[in-house]
Design a protein around this ligand. Structure first.
Ligand code: MLT
Length: 401
């Protein structure tokens, strides 16, 4: 009889965002007229910007004419998009050749798929609290995981001082879920650790476009030495509202080698075998993001999400609740009031004020007692959610006095 992948039995029963969706569905079936204020999963609420829509329409028209029709696309990405992404990095003085850029259908897909490059005996280091897909993808692949806890004491930005042994290092900056961002000196320590120990950093840069502090790095490749130890995975999901459109990209420098094997060459081999590329239409839409007009328009949307963040941060400031994030990242990570546990706080907000967030415990054990708000929601809903939050928690505080 066939043996299934037994490592699946080591996974939690279901995925975090699926659990939240089930809980909110159950609430709605009991309260069919309720309106929920959704700030749980980081799904965008604003439509694609005008430049992208125009490019998508034009690409659809291209597919209607024999002269401009495209069949299979190059597996690693269309040249026009790889060049546009390399130029985008060039604007920050990161020199990439287009064939170091691989177009993907999204960062979450890629974060799992990229593990094909590494031996199963490697240990993955996950800085927690963490995006749960890092852990689950490694569990499915039967890899050992070292969980590196972070907390308020180190600003949720731990350094590689206490690592015993790790080969694959997940770093997400700006961080999901905490919104914390590594500075250059801190990232340099991780780069040095990786180079000194033959490890490889998987740098998740999905939230780079939300950085507003000029001194903070957007890419691991802004750090000296990263070309010999890092792979960067990015996405247009949050940057340009592509959660439902799907497009990401992965940077693998040509210098990245271990034991005589070259990761860029290996990934070309992998992609040319396992994919037929991302759709022409979507790649055309994505290329529009990197034009000057596209950049202006996506930043207008990001500004609206930042106003959402400001509105929630104001409410938390007034309530005197500890939080981080929100400034250089689209997530706000708050301490649950009155020592509440994170799922307890989730139920409290859902039942009392119909606000949906994400319990910190879902991002790892050290997330217990914390709660995450996404700032990607509808702006009117976010204002109302902040008002409800202030009312509920302000009242609870008054009752204590
Ligand atoms: C999140 O809410 O953490 C993200 O939206 C999940 C994702 O990007 O897949």
């Amino acid at each position: 009889m066939i043996t299934p992948n037994l490592f699946y039995s080591d996974l939690k029963d279901s995925y975090l965002f699926y659990n939240i969706a089930q809980k909110t569905k159950a609430y709605l079936s009991e309260h069919p007229n309720a309106h929920l204020y959704r700030m749980g999963i980081g799904d965008v609420s604003l439509p694609l910007c005008e430049s992208v829509i125009k490019a998508l329409h034009e690409a659809v028209d291209d597919q209607a004419q024999a002269a401009t029709f495209h069949g299979y696309m190059p597996e690693c990405g269309a040249e026009f998009l790889r060049e546009a992404i390399a130029a985008y990095y060039g604007n920050r003085n990161v020199k990439l050749s287009p064939d170091e850029v691989f177009v993907s259908s999204g960062a979450s897909d890629e974060l799992g798929d990229i593990l094909d490059l590494f031996d199963r005996e490697n240990t993955s280091l996950v800085i927690e609290p963490a995006y749960p897909a890092y852990v689950d993808a490694n569990v499915m692949g039967g890899r050992k995981i070292q969980h590196l806890a972070s907390g308020i004491d180190n600003g949720f930005l731990p350094l590689p001082d206490d690592i015993i042994k790790a080969d694959i290092l997940y770093i997400c900056s700006p961080n999901n879920p905490t919104g914390a961002v590594f500075n250059r000196e801190q990232l340099k320590k991780w780069v040095d650790y990786a180079n000194d120990n033959g490890a490889v950093i998987l740098f998740d840069a999905a939230y780079e476009a939300f950085i507003e502090d000029d001194a903070l790095p957007h890419s691991i490749f802004e750090i000296e030495g990263a070309r010999t130890c890092a792979i960067e995975i990015c996405s247009l999901s949050k940057t340009a509202g592509f959660t439902g459109t799907r497009l990401g990209y992965t940077i693998i420098p040509k210098e990245l080698e271990r034991k005589g094997m070259n990761f860029n060459t290996m990934w070309v081999r992998n992609r040319t075998t396992k994919t037929n590329g991302v759709s022409y239409i979507i790649q055309k839409g994505a290329a529009a993001v990197f034009t000057p007009e596209g950049q202006k328009q996506i930043h207008n949307n990001i500004r609206i999400y930042k106003e959402n963040a400001a509105c929630l941060m104001k409410a938390l400031d007034e309530l005197g609740i500890w939080y981080c994030g929100g400034k250089n990242a689209p997530y706000i990570w708050m301490k649950c009031p009155d020592g509440m546990r994170s799922w307890e706080f989730f139920d409290y907000l859902l039942n009392e004020i119909q606000v949906v967030g994400t319990p910190g415990e879902g991002f790892g054990k050290c997330g217990e007692g914390y709660f995450r708000f996404s700032t990607f929601g509808n702006p009117d809903d976010t204002k109302e959610a902040a008002r409800r939050l202030s009312g509920l928690l302000g009242k609870a505080k008054k009752n204590e006095v």
